[in-house]
Design a protein around this ligand. Structure first.
Ligand code: TEU
Ligand code: CA
Length: 538
């Protein structure tokens, strides 16, 4: 497989609204991000992915774009954006833009025009249908609740929206529309960005009248056309958000020979937690199977993304680890397991300091449209409020969106004003400042893992094999490349766990761990709660 610069990279995701507020209005902004570039540099990442910063009425915090060529007022100006790209570049950091082109805002001029009349030239940029028997054309559902069809009184037709009614879906069958998207992408590429993260890109081949939402027949044709017309000629990194991808589909996206994307986010490991609003504990054996399958099946014919969390998901220590007694140990263990696999790792802001889920007392403390819609729907069915709140505590998207915890001063040093979303009270002891001052912190552990990848081809290119498959407490695997071998051993429980290595232990030296005195590799060893150790031969 041809080597690419981003094979060795680590990406850091920023949710701009919650990262750093420079002017005291309570909302994070571009100047705030610029002020924290040295922090990001210190961590060692070389790409930042910015959740959307384009002009938006914020029905879905920027995932509803009204102008792709302008910056959201609260976040700053295009000059600030140019400055961010330049300042990041100076530090060897590339900027990956979020590309939201499955839908626009209903306040985008295309939709404002489209709405005017059935024969408006922009009408066909979106998806319309006459009522069927006085109703929605079919039973397609919006991911944020209710029907995916919204009635437009003026024209007497419905339009399609897989997300909020303020996020009408674009019609990718329209070639003019596609060309306008490519022009816009080239505008950003010319600014010197490093790549794109593509929001719900699996939906652009939709065929709503056949009830096809994801992986429609034209999806890969459109992606190859996009590649050819935009980033294909440049050396960029691209990643699609692909909830419905299995390993075969992920190879279609990411096999370099097909000239589509660099890689795809798939969510099979995340989905082991079960239903979004009624999650269950995951099974370690299932996690091993799923993660090993992705490692093995994409080897040499695709490329993996490695992630535990993002702005839509609960915090990793709360969902997959222990956010109480063993918060620090489990955060480092989960990072170790992931970062020694093959693929490009993505760190979500605050993950590197072990930020946790939050439990706000009242629904009024929440902001996320998905959460608020779910709450209303369930209240309307007569469900008890405290049961609904448990769903929100476990899975609500605001768990990931509370302001970044910079220090132990008021509002966690995020803002001098009143934050748009409350901070998590645990900022007094979970914050970036204390992490940076403590060389045993989660932050420094992430840094070590990032550097380890950068300096070891075995992590980037080595093959993968699961070891001690049946161990019900320990997830362990080997990576090997030429003569180099790495063994990663992770205890996923709050108990001691036994493990034994079958190969030659004498050549394996410990190079990373989350306890100060971890055991040498041996055929019979005991790991402490959430202990994670990495060994390498020399
Ligand atoms: O998410 C796609 C998506 O399907 C999510 O809504 C997901 O199912 C849900 O959040 C899980 O709780 C992308 C963005 O990441 C998300 O923030 C946007 O709201 C959505 O697209 C619409 O653009
Ligand atoms: Ca601000």
């Amino acid at each position: 497989m041809d080597k690419k610069w981003w094979h060795k990279s680590t990406v850091y995701q920023i949710y701009p609204r919650s990262f750093c507020d420079s002017n005291g209005d309570g909302i994070g902004d571009l100047k705030g991000i610029i002020s924290k570039l040295d922090y990001i540099k210190k961590l060692g990442v070389d790409i930042i992915w910015l959740s959307p910063v384009y002009k938006s009425p914020n029905a879905d915090n920027g995932y509803d774009i009204s102008d792709y060529y302008d910056i959201m007022d609260e976040f700053g100006t295009m000059e600030d954006m140019d400055c961010l790209i330049a300042e990041a570049k100076q530090r060897g950091i590339g900027v990956m833009m979020d590309l939201v082109v499955n839908h626009t805002s209903d306040e985008h001029t295309w939709f404002i025009e489209a709405r005017k009349s059935k024969d408006n030239p922009y009408r066909d940029y979106y998806i319309w249908s006459d009522p069927v028997d006085g109703h929605e054309p079919n039973g397609l559902k919006s991911i944020f609740g209710g029907s995916a069809w919204e009635f437009d009184k003026d024209s007497g037709q419905y339009y399609l929206h897989f997300f909020a009614d303020k996020q009408p879906d674009l019609n990718w069958e329209n070639a003019d529309m596609r060309q306008k998207i490519y022009d816009m992408m080239n505008f950003w590429i010319d600014k010197g960005i490093a790549g794109f993260r593509m929001d719900v890109i699996e939906k652009i081949g939709k065929e709503p009248f056949k009830m096809i939402e994801d992986n429609g027949p034209m999806l890969h044709t459109y992606l190859r056309e996009m590649n050819e017309n935009t980033f294909g000629k440049r050396d960029l990194i691209t990643v699609g958000e692909c909830w419905a991808a299995d390993t075969e589909i992920a190879k279609l996206y990411s096999n370099p020979a097909r000239q589509e994307l660099s890689m795809a986010f798939q969510f099979e490991h995340i989905c082991l937690k079960g239903d979004k609003w009624y999650p269950k504990p995951y099974d370690l054996q299932d996690l091993k199977k799923v993660m090993s399958k992705w490692q093995n099946e994409l080897y040499n014919c695709g490329w993996n993304t490695l992630f535990w969390c993002n702005h839509d998901l609960p915090r990793v220590v709360s969902a997959f680890g222990d956010d109480g007694k063993y918060r620090v140990e489990s955060a480092k263990m989960l990072a170790t397991l992931l970062h020694c696999m093959q693929g490009t790792p993505y760190i979500y802001q605050g993950e590197e300091i072990g930020m946790t889920n939050v439990k706000f007392p009242s629904i009024d403390d929440y902001d996320d449209i998905e959460t608020l819609n779910m709450y209303k729907e369930r209240i309307a069915t007569g469900e008890e409020e405290n049961v609904i709140m448990q769903s929100i505590y476990a899975s609500g998207r605001d768990n990931a969106r509370t302001p970044m915890q910079w220090d132990d001063s008021e509002n966690a040093g995020f803002t001098a004003g009143i934050p748009w979303l409350r901070v998590n009270d645990n900022y007094t002891y979970i914050n970036a400042k204390s992490c940076q001052n403590d060389n045993n912190s989660i932050f420094w552990h992430y840094k070590k893992l990032i550097d380890f990848r950068k300096n070891n081809d075995v992590i980037v290119y080595g093959n993968y094999s699961l070891i001690e498959e049946d161990n019900d407490k320990v997830f362990a695997y080997e990576r090997s490349h030429d003569d180099t071998k790495v063994v990663v051993v992770c205890n996923f429980t709050s108990d001691n766990a036994a493990f034994g290595y079958k190969g030659d232990c004498s050549v394996m030296m410990m190079c990373l761990s989350n306890y100060s005195d971890s055991p040498d590799l041996s055929e019979s060893m005991t790991l402490r709660p959430y202990e994670a150790v990495v060994y390498k031969n020399n």
